[in-house]
Each structure stands twice: as structure tokens, then as C-alpha cells.
Design a protein around this ligand. Structure first.
Ligand code: HEM
Length: 526
């Protein structure tokens, strides 16, 4: 559940101005910025020529599918990195595996900061959140802690039992009300995360803590773009009553929600512990450890913030990937049938798939990979920023440059993936000229370098079990009277850190007669 500001906002670091009483101040700033940037005559990476005053403001793709716009510019300038300058700030967009590896992986020491983002980090108080946190000692401490919790052994030992229980509950709900797939996916993703993080059982999508986390997301989503304060950080000192400072009032509401979202479930964990009713979870594990916490932050705050990031990063991303998978199964029925044949052979019809079946389900595992590649969940990733100036391919990249990895373009690069728009799990099998198959999309879908997603093993495992179970129990098809192609053509993907498909119609029915009784029997034995 990363906040879904428009990509012209958070994902690029270039912000739509919310026009208000401060326009005059903005104009003055523009002129100053222009005067400052005019003297920059250093060679920059390829990109559109900047215009007077506004630089590349009108060249930065906006209005939807920005990842395609950036990829088109990369083709136009025959370069896998494209550079823009807007109002004195710098943006570099990476469009190939090779450049992402060169810059974000190999030069991680330089490319692992996050942009400043005055409104969301400083005024809405999201600086506590590892996803947006600036690089430094505190970041490294949080990163170590979250990474440790979600490393593969922990995921297998501590999280697999929770995933198994919640996937079975999800199948039961889907049998009862198949039309509510989207709600059930959200419920399942939230339930897994809340149990793993706080030992809290989510009984309904209206759960208090889930509702709070969703309110934070909706609040961020409803914002039209980042305010003028991102361009003129000095405005952050304006009082809320000052004309044009409505951003201060919005920030106050968001700040309160963000505080409650990470404080209230943590308080519940502490109260349960005091009452001798602790439930094993990330929060209790961290509270019982001798953590290396930097000076100036209490153990409670450190644990609270480490846990608070998990829902905000993990719930929405997983649900989006599963919606893309559902669409793909409708559009590619032959893939669905092939995966189901494998499940019939390996699992049979008397039980549900488990993690232990994974090695015997290579095709289903490839469906999981392809679901991450086909429609990248985070098409432009989370913006990195440079900590110092750098040189790449003979061009200079300034300190403080916002760096976007165009994950979508990387995963749809025709020189790497044959017919990249097709959903084809067989692409990962060895073939003449590609003895190892096409590259695992996880190498890009989860980002790069020192900021690579620490939840990737957890995400891949929960996707595997959900996808294997859905394919085993259900048949997914387009509704009568329409075709999968028509459904696909009607779908749009949202901009933002997490890209969701718009609602689409589908039919989900049990795949064999005994499927419902099988699910109910397994549920009863849990
Ligand atoms: C399909 C599911 C997921 C996808 C596609 C995904 C993708 C990403 C991407 C692209 C990034 C940015 C990496 C970068 O800056 O280069 C990221 C960061 C992050 N993800 Fe995930 N993620 C997923 C699930 C999860 C889950 C389940 C968790 C929690 C357990 C999680 C926790 C995080 C955190 C904490 C960060 C910030 C890391 C940092 O800034 O150092 N993600 N994720």
C-alpha cells in the first residue's frame, strides 16, 4: 500500500502545482531557478532539449502509462538512460537491465538515497517509513531489521503457516461470493500481513487496523499531486491559516492518520503482552531482541516504525499482482489449462497444493514469474536519488538527481524478452540460444541495489501459494456474451507507485465437482 500519487508527482519527483495564492511566489522562484540552471553547461545524458524557464516540464510523460512514454523517449534518443531537468531539479530514467545494474546495483553507494519530497515526508510525516527514508544510519538500521524478518528462512518457518491458513480462508470466501474477488484478495493480503506483523487476526475487510491503513492510503491517493511546497520548501513554515496554505491542513490530517496507523496496532501488541497473552509476530520478536538501534530513537518507536512499513509496502502490491494474474488467466486460457493439468498430475483432486509441491510444479512457478513481469506492479519503482555527482557513458549526473528505474520497460525489452506483451510462462524454459531461458523478472520487478524490496521472498511465496490454489480450485473465464480480448481492451492501469488494473468482469467457478467440499474439509481441519 504505497501511496498512489500521480507519477508526475512522487514517482518522478516533478510535481503538478496546485495553483493557489502562492503562484506569485512560484513565478519568482522559477526565474531564480532559471538563472541558476542557465549556467549549467556540463554534458548531461541524452534527453529532450530543455526550454527556457520550464526546462523539460512539458517533456516529462504524464497523464497515464508514463512508463511507456519514458520507453518511447529512450528509443527516440537511442539511449537506455534519459535525462530531464525541470525547475532546477534533475531526473534520470533508466530503461534497461544493463544500465540498472551499472548504476543502481554496482554503484549502490551513490544511488541509494530517496528524493526529498517535502509534502509527503516532512509535512505528512512519512519520513519514519523505510520506503521513503533518506539514506543514512537510521535507514541502515531499519533496513537490516526488516530484511532480517523477511529473509527466506524466516519466511518459510514463521510465515508459511500463516499464508497457508489465510489462502485456505480466501478460497472459502471466493467459493461463497466469487464476484467479490477484489475484496477477498485485499482481505487475504491484509490478513497475512497483520498476523505476521502484529499477531492480529483480521476477520473482515472492515477490521479497525486495516481500515486505518486503508484510510492513510486513500488520503494519499485523493491528493491531486504534490503541492507548491515541494517546489518551494520554505513554504513549509507557513501557518495553516495563511492564505494558500491549505496543504498544511491536509498534511495535519494525514500526519494524524499516519501516526495512528503505526501506533494503534503496536499498542494492542503491548497490551496483549502485559496481559500475558502474547502472540508470536514480528513486533514481539523485535521487542524481545537486543536490537542495534541508533541513538535518539527509543526501542518502542523503532519497532513501531519497522512494523508500520510492512502493511504500507506489502498489502497493495500483492493484491495488484493477483488481479493481473486473474486477467491473464482469462486472456490466456491455454496457460490456465496447462497449469491445471500440472496441478492435477502432481496434487490430484483430493488435497490442496502446498509449499512442498513447489519443486514439482515448474509450470505454475513460471506462471508466478510471468504474473510479475507481464504487468509490472510497480512500473516505475520507487524513485532513488544520487548522494553525489557521477559520470555515466561520458555524461555527468548531478548530486541529488532523482533516478527512476523504468521496471516496465526493462521487463518488456524486446532484446531480452521475446514478444514481451504476451503472457508466456514457457519463456523461462531453456531454448536454443537461451540455455537458461529468459531472465527471471524478479531481478527487476522488486527494484535494485541497496533499496531492493526486502519483502520479495515473502511476496513470491505468498503469490505462489495463492496462484497454485486458485488454479487448482477454480476455472477463470470471461462472462458470457463477451470475449477475453474485449475485457482486456477495456482495462487501464493506474499511475503511481503501485499500478492497479481498473475493474474488469470475470467468472470464477469451481473447476471440479468435489472442489467446494475439498476446500470446506481443509478449512474445517485448520
Ligand atoms: C508483488 C509484491 C511486491 C512488489 C512487486 C514489490 C516491489 C517493490 C519495489 C519495486 C520496491 C522499490 C525498490 C527500489 O527502490 O529499488 C519495493 C520496496 C520495498 N518493499 Fe516491496 N514489493 C512487493 C511486496 C512487498 C512486501 C510483501 C513487503 C513487506 C514484507 C515489501 C516491503 C518493501 C519495503 C520495506 C520496501 C522499501 C525498501 C527500501 O526503501 O529500502 N514489499 N518493493
Amino acid at each position: 500500500m504505497l501511496p498512489e500519487l500521480t507519477s508526475a508527482a512522487l514517482s518522478s519527483g516533478y510535481y503538478l502545482l496546485t495553483l493557489n495564492g502562492s503562484v506569485l511566489a512560484a513565478c519568482v522562484a522559477l526565474i531564480c531557478v532559471y538563472a541558476l540552471t542557465r549556467r549549467a553547461d556540463t554534458r548531461r545524458p541524452p534527453g529532450p532539449a530543455p526550454k527556457a524557464l520550464i526546462g523539460n516540464l512539458t517533456d516529462v510523460p504524464s497523464g497515464g502509462n508514463e512508463w511507456l512514454g519514458y520507453a518511447a523517449l529512450a528509443r527516440k534518443y537511442a539511449s537506455d538512460v534519459v535525462y530531464f531537468t525541470v525547475l532546477g531539479t534533475h531526473l534520470l530514467v533508466i530503461n534497461s537491465f544493463e544500465a540498472a545494474r551499472d548504476l543502481l546495483d554496482k554503484r549502490g553507494a551513490l544511488y541509494s538515497d530517496r528524493p526529498r519530497l517535502v509534502m509527503i515526508k516532512e509535512l505528512m510525516d512519512w519520513e519514519w517509513n523505510l520506503i521513503l527514508m533518506s539514506y543514512g544510519k537510521l535507514f541502515l538500521a531499519y533496513r537490516r531489521t526488516v530484511q532480517q524478518e523477511f529473509q527466506p528462512t524466516n519466511v518459510a518457518e514463521l510465515h508459511h503457516p500463516v499464508m497457508t491458513r489465510e489462502v485456505i480462508a480466501f478460497l472459502g470466501r471466493l467459493l461463497s461470493t466469487p464476484d467479490n474477488l477484489v475484496e477477498h484478495l485485499k482481505h487475504m493480503a491484509a490478513a497475512i500481513i497483520m498476523m505476521v506483523t502484529y499477531g492480529h487476526q483480521v476477520e473482515s475487510i472492515h477490521d479497525t487496523y486495516v481500515a486505518l491503513a486503508e484510510a492513510v492510503r486513500e488520503h494519499a491517493e485523493s491528493r491531486p499531486g504534490v503541492e507548491i511546497v515541494d517546489m518551494l520548501p520554505i513554504l513549509k513554515y507557513l501557518p495553516a491559516w495563511f492564505p494558500g496554505a491549505s496543504f498544511q491542513r491536509e498534511a495535519a490530517i494525514a500526519r494524524d492518520l499516519s501516526f495512528r496507523m503505526r501506533t494503534e496496532p503496536f499498542k494492542m501488541v503491548k497490551e496483549r503482552a502485559d496481559a500475558g497473552r502474547s502472540v508470536p509476530c514480528m513486533a514481539t520478536r523485535l521487542l524481545s531482541q537486543d536490537l542495534q538501534i541508533p541513538d535518539g530513537i527509543s526501542q518502542d518507536d523503532f519497532v513501531k516504525n519497522s512494523c508500520g512499513v510492512v502493511y504500507s509496502a506489502g498489502a497493495d502490491t500483492t493484491a495488484a499482482a493477483l488481479r493481473n494474474f486473474t486477467l491473464a488467466m482469462m486472456v490466456y486460457p491455454e496457460v490456465q489449462k496447462k497449469a491445471q493439468a500440472e496441478l492435477d498430475q502432481v496434487v490430484g483432486r483430493d488435497r490442496l497444493p502446498t509449499f512442498e509441491d513447489r519443486a514439482q510444479l515448474p509450470y505454475v512457478s513460471k506462471v508466478v514469474k510471468e504474473s510479475l513481469r507481464w504487468k509490472a506492479v510497480s512500473p516505475l519503482g520507487v524513485p532513488h536519488a544520487t548522494l553525489d555527482r557521477d559520470e555515466y557513458q561520458g555524461a555527468s549526473i548531478p548530486k541529488g538527481t532523482t533516478v527512476l528505474a523504468n521496471i516496465y520497460a526493462i521487463l518488456h525489452d524486446k532484446s531480452v524478452y521475446f514478444s514481451p506483451d504476451s503472457f508466456n510462462p514457457d519463456r523461462y524454459s531453456p531454448s536454443p540460444g537461451k540455455p537458461e531461458g529468459e531472465p527471471d523478472p524478479a531481478r527487476a520487478a522488486f527494484g535494485f541495489g541497496r533499496r531492493i524490496c526486502p519483502g520479495r521472498f515473502f511476496a513470491e511465496d505468498s503469490l505462489f501459494l495463492t496462484i497454485a490454489s486458485m488454479l487448482h480450485v477454480f476455472a477463470i473465464s470471461p462472462p458470457e456474451g463477451t470475449t477475453a480480448t474485449k475485457v482486456y481492451d477495456s482495462v487501464k492501469w493506474s499511475s503511481g507507485l503501485v499500478s492497479h488494473p481498473t475493474a474488469f468482469p470475470f467468472i470464477i467457478t469451481p473447476r471440479f465437482d468435489t472442489a467446494p467440499s475439498l476446500v470446506h474439509a481443509v478449512q474445517a481441519s485448520c
